[in-house]
Design a protein around this ligand. Sequence first.
Ligand code: AMP
Length: 539
Amino acid sequence: MADKPRIVGIDLGTTNTLVASVRNRIPKIVPTDRGNLILPSVVALSAKGDLLVGGVAKDQMVTNPKNTLYGTKRLIGRKYHSKVVEELKSYFNYDIVEGPDGDAAVMLGGTMYTLPHVSSLILGQIKTIAEQFLGGPITEAVISVPAYYNDNQRNAVKEAGRLAGFDVKRIVSEPTAAALAYGFNRGLNQKILVYDLGGGTFDVSVLQLNGNVFEVLATGGDTFLGGVDFDNRVMDYLLAQFYEQTKVDLSQNPAALPRIKNAAESAKIDLTLRLNVLIELPYVGERKGKPLDLRIPLTRDELNDLTKDLVERTFTICDRVLEEKGLKPSEIDEIILVGGQSRMPLVQQRIQEHFGKPPRKGVHPDECVALGAALLGDSLGSIDSVELFDALSMPISYGLPDGRVKHIIEKNVQGPLTRSFRLPSPVDPSSPYIEMDIFQGDSDYMVDNEYLGTVRVAAASAGRKIDFHLTAECLLQVLVEDPTKSPPMNPLALATRDTPEILKKAIEEALSREPPPEDEPKKASGGLFSSLTRVFRRK
Ligand code: AMP
């Protein structure tokens, strides 16, 4: 009997990408050409104009920061005119620009690259690595995404896979993949919490395991909380200490900063195993033409002091997610750690204190997502296949004229599911269209949510049925009734434009208002006006 085509599992990470495949029911990570188990998620253009991917691209990060794309997982599927992209612009050394359809795109050597294209270069490299190691073409994949990814982001990753030459069999949420790596074929009946603290984001998911049925009960997270924030705290500390010692400010020194950032991260990682380190950087600055070295000790306790509020934030989020399902920390049977930053001893200690039990040993925090994705891929179509019930991590809504949103599909519901409505008449009776701007996010205000696109149908469709369908992968499909067709419910692509009219108007209104004097009490945070001024005044 011919072997069924092998489906690899890919963890397309913020920092690193891993690929795994299953042989004889055992999933294994495929080593890269450099003999590592990870491929840095970095794409770069060399000084000679060669496109580099992975370790070679990362190697030139310090010397050629403008042409080295890293952390693009945070940008993929985002609109250029969004709060998140506005904030991320100050994070990265490369240029972020407006691409097709109003999506964020990046510049590399004067050429614009879409983010699915950038990710496809990483996935393409992974495909080559897998093919060389496994011997033979690999065309099918399961790719993981953060549970907190919205619809645009999930679709953009699918598109990246397609551009790399994969038939993407399924998009799976990272915590679900981690849960699979832990519980697949073990006949467990447990509630588990997956605590995923990676390089850039924090994700938490609570799952019910029942044999090979994996049901996501609730998810939450913070897309701006991860290892890099820990590094930044250490970096700020080093800059302040150095200034105290030398009165030289390195905070605007482009040559020194990447070196200090790397040293900060290395010190943080070393402090996982050791109690103190000495951070040394020769010739990091100058004073009156004389070289200055950086030499600063750091203890684990000092690191904990610098970052304990970040760790506490993760537990506030865990509690919020548990509360959504009326669960107490003590009702969780196992805690699975994912992501490099979860190795920090303070995290492990606080898990023990918070949940009354230590995190589960034996699940590899860097590898479990790729392993779980591979297990899922292998099980697709087989008799004892896994049943996954993924939950929607953020509500899907439509925009109201006052700048707020109204929910269409609530958070934490499981796909597949359909919500049906009747199309209203156009707001403006003379308009030839009925338009609904669709958003995804936790806020009540559209400016704080991600714009997914616009439902635009002829005004004559008023009164017809519109279905918002959530697939098993938690992707949104919109179907509109057309009685002349069979079947009458027809898929509708969301129309996209850079900024919806309604949102543009809200932005203009907010900008035309004078900012309040400094001593005037601020508007409640999270409100429309405060959000807009926060975004636009920073420019
Ligand atoms: P990931 O996105 O899961 O690859 O996580 C990468 C993050 O984990 C980076 O911020 C690393 O600095 C951090 N990290 C890796 N190993 C350790 C460690 N032993 N202790 C603390 N943080 C770590």
